[in-house]
Design a protein around this ligand. Structure first.
Ligand code: NDP
Length: 482
């Protein structure tokens, strides 16, 4: 034998026998001193980490973002300059299902991207839809509770879902997309991604522009009908993992065209809709999509847990030249995503290799559980506070972004006032031909099964406010007259 490495305990001592435990005679009991056995069993008990409360089931891969367009007049972010090539990681997911859920379920898909830029990690934490169910984050935990299991039955509840939606008309846009053909993509490769939130770009002159990011599939849109998924899920619960992993393994690298919509800063006061409302899109006619590059996924993870389960995406990760916006949902996610990772992965989640920036990192955070980065990140043991006289890292004033204009008195403004929850849904409904509309009605009726008639009626009344044909179609499909 051999130049194979020696198997060791996790503290490095060689393991003489990994087939037989230590027992008092061939038929005798175990000995406590068999630490090798105890370590193995104890380790197994700790293999799982907290499941994500949402987006638990996911699929991901590494890739590259190449910028081919020129938006340098809007942003000085290095990652967005012409010809920039940036290594990246993508994780796609369903929202409601647990880690073992079937892949081909009707649900919104998460579309989370991490770009390892020379100025730090930039994360875009989007979905395969351009909008969301709610616009005020104070409603988010309640909304998610309606999508997860009922506390008593431990089953998903059509009553809870439609009760919440029918009492929250701002959800109509996203509900319509979810119940349309795009509600069940055949794989992560056959769907678009949207940054969804309004972010901002800023340039050397200190000018700010609002921006929306779009990732358009080059594999084409492909979707399953409800009926088709019965067979698909019956045959395999892992169709997305099989498709994404298999395609990359075969050298067929999925690609998305990267586009932006750009809005001059002061336009935000003029649009008929609130451009920071996550239940709204910016109509293409007003703000056309500009091609800026291509995203390609071209490398499978070597270890799913280390590189995909451990991946921590957060909209708080931005870089100079890219900024936030007054989008209320974005503001809440800036806190809650990073906080979810502190809970799920620990205080130093950003030192896990897949989350580590590929540029130098210097800060004064110290200690805490799982500090595996050697104490502090200042490069000098005496520079453990700031300001200091020991050549510790200092601020970079050139990275200061222009002021975010905020105007108004602090109050609990009714988020429904002045917000049209129906017009953009009607614009979408008008894109659907009759066959698509009939599938929409049938998908809604199927999802409403088990919900009380009173709730169904309330929801049908909302659909009718979008378009009387929408209300009538769902009424017919459910057999419930509004
Ligand atoms: P456009 O006619 O210019 O755009 C319509 C867009 O609808 C298409 O570009 C396509 O987006 C998208 N679309 C087509 N079928 C579906 C579907 N089943 N589910 C979701 N989206 C679909 O008009 P507007 O820009 O004025 O938008 C009209 C409506 O289209 C909006 O109210 C919104 O519901 C929807 N939409 C708009 C987007 C936008 O950013 N303006 C983005 C996505 C949807 P894509 O090119 O992204 O595939």
């Amino acid at each position: 034998m051999t130049d194979r490495p020696t198997m060791t305990t996790s503290s490095g001592a060689p393991i003489p026998d990994n087939q037989n435990s230590v027992t008092a005679g061939p038929r005798g009991p175990m000995l406590m001193q068999d630490y090798q056995l105890i370590e193995k069993l104890a380790h197994q008990n700790r293999e799982r980490i907290p499941e994500r409360a949402v987006h638990a089931k996911g699929w991901g891969a590494h890739g590259t973002l190449k910028i081919t367009g020129d938006i340098s007049k809007y942003t000085n972010a290095k990652v967005l300059q012409p010809d920039a090539e940036t290594p990246m990681l993508a994780r796609f997911s369903t929202v409601a299902g647990e880690a073992g859920a079937a892949d081909a379920e009707r649900d919104v898909r998460g579309f989370a991207l991490k770009f390892y830029t020379p100025e730090g990690n930039w994360d875009l934490v989007g979905n395969n839809t351009p909008v969301f169910f709610v616009r005020d984050p104070v409603k988010f935990p309640d909304f998610i509770h309606t999508q997860k299991r009922h506390p008593r039955t431990n089953l998903r509840s059509a009553t809870a879902m439609w009760d919440f939606w029918s009492l929250s008309p701002e959800s109509l846009h996203q509900v319509t997309i979810l119940m349309s053909d795009r509600g069940i993509p055949v794989s992560p490769m056959h769907m678009n991604g949207y940054g969804s939130h309004t972010l901002s770009l800023w340039n050397d002159a200190g000018e700010r522009y609002w921006v929306k990011f779009h990732f358009k599939t080059e594999q084409g849109h492909k979707h399953y009908t409800n009926g088709e998924t019965v067979d698909v899920i019956g045959n395999s619960r892992e169709t997305y993992q099989e498709a994404l992993f298999g395609s990359i393994e075969d050298g067929k690298f999925p690609r998305w065209k990267v586009q932006v919509q750009i809005m001059p800063e002061m336009d935000a006061e003029k649009t008929s809709y609130n451009p920071f409302d996550l239940t709204k899109v910016w109509p293409h006619a007003d703000y056309p999509c500009i091609d800026i590059g291509v995203m390609e996924l071209n490398r499978n993870p070597d270890n799913y847990f280390a590189e995909i389960e451990n991946a921590a995406f957060s909209p708080s990760n931005i870089v100079p030249g890219i900024g936030f916006s007054p989008d209320k949902m974005l503001q809440a996610r800036i806190f809650s995503y990073a906080d979810a990772h502190r809970h799920r992965l620990g205080t130093h989640y950003d030192t896990i290799p897949v989350n580590q920036p590929k540029c130098p990192v210097h800060h004064y955070h110290r200690d805490g559980q799982m500090n595996v980065f050697g104490g502090i990140k200042t490069g000098n043991a005496d520079a453990y506070y700031e300001p200091n006289s020991f050549n510790g890292p200092v601020e970079a004033p050139s990275a200061k972004e222009p002021p975010l204009r905020i105007d108004g008195d602090a109050d609990r403004y009714n988020h429904r006032d002045g917000n049209d929850d129906f017009g953009q849904v009607k614009a979408l409904f008008d894109l659907f031909d009759d066959a698509h509309r009939n599938r929409l009605y049938a998908n809604i009726a199927a999802a409403m099964q088990g919900a009380p008639e009173e709730i169904i009626k309330r929801q049908i009344a909302l659909f009718a406010k979008v378009d009387p044909a929408y209300g009538a179609g769902v009424a017919k499909a459910t057999g419930v007259s509004a």
